[in-house]
Design a protein around this ligand. Structure first.
Ligand code: FAD
Length: 342
């Protein structure tokens, strides 16, 4: 069989933190690597859901903004120039001979010798406010990508979970005023944050839900209704942030014949291998006993997946490559010798 065009050693589906680090590590091991992501930007959940939030539990960073962590991960990964395909939704996988996999997206076909699935929560979409599609891009938000968009605005936040409460606290110094409504009479958010919220300037209205968004060029007012008394009120607003959670699904990947854990993850062994030879999973989408879904653990799983994939592709390659400190020194010396030798 002729070599397919553009065959890569490792293709990584998902450009979140796990996929980005996997791409870096694959190139570090001398393998060709490609990342495919359905979103227009790299960074996974960090870019899509919380770019302006601080993360406190990534080793080596006492505190780092999600978007800054993504910037560093992208810089590290791109130093070795992997192929990056954005805006492509992976749909089909076809094992096509010895160490040959054909991956089909909604836009193209890709050939790879091994595959690492780092699709996190899968197709990650915010739950939408029914009947309010008209206001998307006109003052109705589901995520915050730039805090500055809310500067000086009168903001309504809808929701009672961690995300709604966190954003209310985070945007309090930025917005001109914030009202937070929640349809229940209790929050589902972290107690300490709820305590801070109660002591903040945010106007909290429990047992209220939105009934209608109104406005022309932009949302200007929201009719809210008390879930107990059915009494209605009109709030004048410049922006609405609906924190109703995210729905996620494996999508067509659920039908690839991979062993599933519930409906949201793929089972892997200690080498991060799935039940299909040459197909690995890491990060939030990988399931094994004792699994912890965190950025920090995803990094380690990415390294394990790449190193085992390297050994699978070429049994002469060790699973443990040695330390980067030693390897990079050796590479630098080799490059210097090449320059000196005429
Ligand atoms: C609000 C919030 C706060 C958080 N705070 C923290 C924190 O403080 N510390 C921490 O460690 N973790 C935190 N997390 C969790 C953390 O973001 C995840 O553990 C991490 O993003 C997982 O990384 P990942 O690369 O495995 O997957 P993801 O970040 O989910 O990236 C997966 C990527 O795969 C892509 N994808 C999915 N399906 C397809 C497909 N079919 N085709 C192509 N591309 C596809 C997606 O578009 C996405 O870009 C938080 C999460 C949220 C939502």
């Amino acid at each position: 069989m002729p070599e397919p065009n553009d065959l890569h050693d490792i293709t990584i589906i998902g450009g979140g933190p796990t996929g980005l680090f996997a791409a870096y590590y694959a190139r570090f091991r001398g393998l060709t690597a490609k990342i495919i992501d359905s979103l227009p930007e790299l960074g996974g959940q960090l870019t899509a859901a919380y770019p302006e939030k601080y993360i406190y539990d990534v080793a080596g960073f006492p505190k780092i903004l999600a978007k800054d962590l993504v910037r560093n991960l992208v810089e590290q990964a791109m130093a070795y120039s992997p192929t990056v395909c954005l805006g492509e939704r992976v749909q089909k996988l076809e094992p096509s001979g010895e160490k040959r996999l054909r991956v089909l997206t909604d836009r193209a076909e890709h050939w790879t010798r091994a595959l690492i699935i780092t699709t996190g929560l899968g197709m990650y979409t915010p739950r939408r406010l029914r009947g309010s599609e008209l206001f998307e891009g006109k003052g109705l938000y589901y995520t915050v990508t730039r805090t500055d968009e809310f500067r000086g605005r009168e903001l309504l936040i809808i929701g009672g979970g961690d995300s709604a409460v966190d954003w209310a606290l985070h945007l309090e110094p930025v917005a001109s005023g914030i009202t937070l409504i929640h349809r229940r009479d209790q929050f589902r958010a972290h107690e300490e944050n709820v305590r801070q919220l109660v002591n903040s300037t945010v106007r909290v209205k429990l047992s209220y839900k939105p009934k209608e968004l109104r406005g022309e060029a932009r949302v200007r007012e929201v009719v809210i209704v008390n879930t107990k008394t059915k009494a209605e009120e009109i709030l004048l607003v410049d922006a609405v942030l609906a924190c109703l959670g995210f729905s996620s699904e494996l999508g067509p990947m659920a039908d690839w014949g991979l062993e599933l854990e519930g409906n949201e993850a793929f089972q892997v062994n200690t080498r991060m291998e799935t039940n299909i030879p040459g197909v690995y999973a890491a990060g939030d989408v990988a399931a094994f006993p004792g699994k912890v879904k965190l950025i920090a653990t995803g990094f380690g799983e990415a390294v394990t997946a790449v190193n085992n994939a390297a050994h699978y592709l070429d049994p002469g390659m060790k699973v443990f490559p040695g330390y980067s400190t030693t390897i990079m020194k050796r590479r630098e010396r080799k490059a210097q010798n090449k320059q000196i030798t005429p």
